[in-house]
Design a protein around this ligand. Structure first.
Ligand code: 1GP
Length: 245
């Protein structure tokens, strides 16, 4: 069980998840990123992307990752089309601050029977999207009413809602390529109120930023863009997270 393993690991430290967007690199590059991330100590591989073309290479990407690594593969779909039977688990996520029911429940409804037939482990997750100082593709396609960076009380209410709905974790998302990652004030306010793991991603491009998020209370850090752009930095970030005391 993937989530059980994550929970066990979180008892002794912080985790790093490597996000692979099938749309962003060739299959050969995927194997390279996965190997580098695994050697550096990443804990899981997430697969997903917001552009509709991300599904073209989805199955091949997941299969390639399976061949290259023993780490758990967790789908991070933007719609029900982002489901691959070759993965291990899926973030069964609801974008709680979307204005469209499509990203809160409709896409999930289309995907649920597939999750069941493929035998994927569903990991229910409350997904919250924040302002990032620029326009990210995920913000555009998901019709989110973006949470302000400096209104922690509103974000806390959303995160608590996720927990009270019985979701297993929350993901604080600034968007891939975000200019500003989710603020430390918001992370720490949420962490203080929540018992479930807090995942933070979007715009984390160096180990100093990663450390600030960990200090604020992030349990799991996700990186995407930097894995493709600068593997040395990715390795440094993973090192920072895995050695965090
Ligand atoms: C996007 O949070 C992830 O969903 C990763 O963001 O690409 O900015 O690392 P970056």
């Amino acid at each position: 069980m993937v989530f059980e393993e994550i929970t066990k690991k979180l008892k002794t430290g912080k985790l790093h998840f490597t996000l692979i967007d099938p749309d962003k690199q060739t299959i050969e590059q995927v194997a390279e990123i996965v190997k580098t991330a695994e050697d550096a100590g990443t804990d899981a591989l997430m697969v997903g992307g917001s552009s509709s073309t991300a599904i073209i290479q989805l199955d091949d990407t997941v299969k390639k990752i399976k061949e290259s690594s023993n780490l758990p593969i967790i789908l991070f779909p933007s719609t029900h089309a982002g489901i691959s039977k070759y993965a291990d688990a899926i973030f069964f996520m609801s974008l709680l601050n979307s204005r469209s029911t499509a990203y809160m429940v409709d896409e999930q409804l289309k995907g649920a029977p597939l999750v069941k037939s493929y035998g994927l482990e569903p990991i229910s997750m409350g997904y919250l999207m924040f302002e990032s100082g620029n326009v990210c593709t995920s913000q555009l396609v998901s019709d989110a009413k973006l949470l302000p960076r400096d209104k922690a009380d509103v974000a806390v209410a959303y995160a608590l809602t996720a927990q009270y709905f019985g979701m297993k974790c929350v993901y604080l998302e600034a968007g891939s390529g975000a200019k500003y990652s989710v603020s430390e004030g918001t992370i720490s306010a949420i962490k203080k109120c929540l018992d479930i793991p807090v995942i933070v991603g979007g715009g984390i491009r160096d180990k100093e930023t990663a450390r600030k998020k960990l200090d604020a209370g992030a349990d799991i850090i996700v990186t995407g863009t930097i894995n493709e752009d600068n593997k040395t930095r990715m390795v440094e970030i993973i090192g920072e997270i895995k050695n965090y005391k």
